[in-house]
Design a protein. Structure first.
Length: 278
């Protein structure tokens, strides 16, 4: 079966198709609307927990974590197939981000924001693409997702805009239960937006970090689902200098991002140097 599994997209005709099924809660420059008023004690509790989590995340100057993701893609015959990936995330504001990905098929990819340029590397194919990076991480995330058409699951969680935009996404929100995630007490809340339903398990206590996120795409065919289990949280870590330094493999080939192949007239060109596989 030929699958529709997305990876880091760099060039080739498929590179422009940045899957909306995976850019979950992606960073957006638009101004967020006010969050709806809660009506019940349960709704007020859930809204408070969501706001606390968003404020805490957005206020961190640096953090690292591991995100184990699973996502469904709808095949041309209508069948849903689940894929997975593990991402190790290292973030240091105002402009540094490193994401190392191992996909469920064993392929290895890297996205690096070093404050000056954005680099995406496919280690297995030994190819990479680069683009100038906007100064702030918030602008760089928007540029990466919107302009370069690249995947960035849960990009909003990496942005300081999470403090205002995440609470505003929920048109409805409610408290589900108190539970445990890998032995840690967590608040399970559920929200509904215009196009997605989401659930978030938020750690109890003074560090209200997200431990699990599930998103259902209500308007997409077959309503596919994205899920992320987030662990190994370290807030304000001491990163080594090499964490955000680029070290390319020997003989790695430089190829363009897909959007860099678009002519002024809008017609895609063919990459002469290769492409990252979808």
């Amino acid at each position: 079966m030929r699958n529709m599994k997305p990876r880091w997209r760099v060039s080739g005709p498929g590179g422009l198709c940045c899957s909306l099924l995976i850019i979950a809660l992606s960073a957006c420059p638009a101004q967020a609307a006010d969050a709806p008023a809660a009506k019940t004690d349960s709704q007020r509790q859930a809204a408070t927990i969501l706001k606390s989590m968003a404020e805490f995340l957005g206020g961190l100057t640096s953090f690292s974590c591991t995100s184990t993701n699973s996502f469904e893609t709808v095949q041309t015959n209508g069948q849903q197939i689940e894929f997975g990936e593990t991402r190790r995330i290292s973030l240091s504001r105002p402009g540094h981000l490193r994401i190392e990905e191992v996909a469920s098929d064993g392929t290895n990819d890297l996205a690096l924001f070093d404050g000056k340029q954005i680099t995406v590397l496919s280690a297995d194919d030994n190819v990479y693409a680069q683009a100038p990076q906007p100064a702030s991480l918030e602008d760089a995330l928007v540029y990466f997702v919107r302009d370069l058409h690249m995947r960035m699951p849960l990009a909003l969680m990496l942005s300081t805009h999470v403090r205002t935009e995440l609470p505003a996404l929920a048109k409805e929100i409610d408290y589900v239960e108190s539970t445990k995630i890998k032995g840690q007490t967590a608040h399970h809340i559920a929200g509904r937006g215009d196009s997605v339903d989401f659930q978030i398990w938020v750690a109890d206590g003074s560090r209200p970090l997200p431990l699990r996120i599930v998103i259902t795409y209500k308007l997409a065919p077959a309503q596919p689902r994205f899920a992320a289990d987030i662990s190994d949280w370290i807030t304000n870590p001491k990163f080594a200098d090499k964490t955000f330094s680029l070290s390319l493999p020997k003989d790695a080939r430089n190829i363009p991002f897909a959007v860099q192949l678009i002519t002024p007239g809008g017609a895609p060109q063919t990459a002469a140097t290769g492409e990252l596989k979808p």
